[in-house]
Design a binder for this molecule. Structure first.
Ligand SMILES: [Zn+2]
Length: 232
């Protein structure tokens, strides 16, 4: 049997990040297949990947509807040893059975040894990293915007990314560690601006806009992509 070069990358299909398992083969045409792990695309050996965007775009409605149909059939924890998870917007694979959990360049090393233990182990790692990383981003933006918050807390609220109380306590969801840095920063900025305006008035959005001119795109991005960060 011919060996196939294989890798996984993220593509944007109708505004949604789709993880694609890429296979090269001697075949002449591009093949698309959806299985439990997501979209599998087989391309001819010398196929230029720049053309893949166009193909995925043309097949977008089929891809999205099939992915949604499969997602509905998934058991409650969609994570397995060969799953991928996003870390600051980049796909990382999961590697099981480590003594100490860590974030590596290509993989998240987890202490879990069986698939069923992945969500808990992943949450533990993500919370640990979020505690310091989100605190850093918050301190950095508070400094840039010359704003002072009284405390930072990690939150695990249902589907909320962050909150800010009248006493200046800012909470940020640990699941944000999955989002691209620009999106994560938008949430940080959003909550910091609530220190000045504890509402969503035009004045509030002016403040946000000064610090993050493309906040609308970031907010839209979260609306369309955010739910998958809560899916496990
Ligand atoms: Zn708000």
């Amino acid at each position: 049997m011919r060996s196939q070069a294989e890798d996984r990358r993220l593509f944007t299909v109708e505004g949604r990040a789709v993880s694609v398992q890429l296979k090269r083969s001697a075949r002449r045409s591009v093949g698309l297949k959806i299985n439990q792990n997501g979209l599998v695309v087989t391309v001819p050996t010398r196929f230029p990947l720049t053309e893949l965007d166009g193909i995925l775009h043309r097949k977008a409605s089929w891809i999205i509807s099939r992915l949604d149909a499969i997602a509905e059939c998934q058991p409650t924890s969609p994570l397995a040893g060969d799953s991928q998870i996003e870390w600051l917007g980049e796909a990382r694979s999961l590697a099981l059975g480590f003594k100490r959990a860590s974030v590596e360049a290509d993989a998240l090393h987890l202490t879990a040894t069986v698939d069923e233990a992945i969500p808990q182990a992943l949450e533990k790692l993500m919370r640990r990293e979020a505690r310091s990383f989100l605190a850093e981003r918050l301190a950095l933006w508070a400094d840039r915007l010359d704003l002072q918050y009284s405390a930072f807390k990690l939150s695990s609220a249902g589907t909320r990314w962050g909150s800010c109380t009248a006493h200046g306590v800012i909470r940020l969801n640990w699941r944000l560690m999955q989002a691209p840095l620009g999106v994560l920063d938008y949430v940080v900025i959003h909550e910091l601006c609530h220190l000045v305006e504890l509402n969503h008035s035009p004045r509030f959005w002016d403040l946000v806009s000064n610090a993050c001119p493309d906040w609308k795109q970031k907010r839209e991005w979260l609306k369309h992509n955010g739910s998958r960060y809560f899916a496990w």
